[in-house]
Design a protein. Structure first.
Length: 105
């Protein structure tokens, strides 16, 4: 016996697409928030080590973490943007050729 798969309503498909898009944006925002919180925490830890504990070497070492964390988060964000751009260019017929003509001309 074969089970027939019913077609979903176009409104349901649009709702599911919007929900998945919101979920992706929320996950990206959480990743950015996590990077900002980690950077802020490392700045506070560096100040604590440098000024309160008097361990200047460790404070300076920990003070180098925030730019590294933010640079890594920025790299991941730019990679995600490029992946989305590549996916959109490859999914739309003719858009890659028009982009090539735009860049060449």
């Amino acid at each position: 016996m074969t089970v027939l798969k019913s077609d979903t309503d176009p409104v349901e498909q649009a709702t599911e697409a919007a929900t998945s898009q919101e979920g992706k944006q929320t996950a990206e925002a959480r990743g950015a928030d996590l990077a900002l919180m980690a950077s802020a925490a490392s700045v506070l830890l560096a100040w604590h080590q440098f000024y309160l504990k008097g361990n200047k070497t460790r404070g300076l070492f920990i003070g180098l973490w925030p730019p590294t964390i933010l640079a890594f988060a920025s790299y991941l964000n730019q990679k995600a943007i490029l992946d989305k751009l590549d996916k959109s260019l490859l999914s739309t017929p003719g858009s890659f050729d028009s982009l090539r003509k735009l860049l060449a001309g």
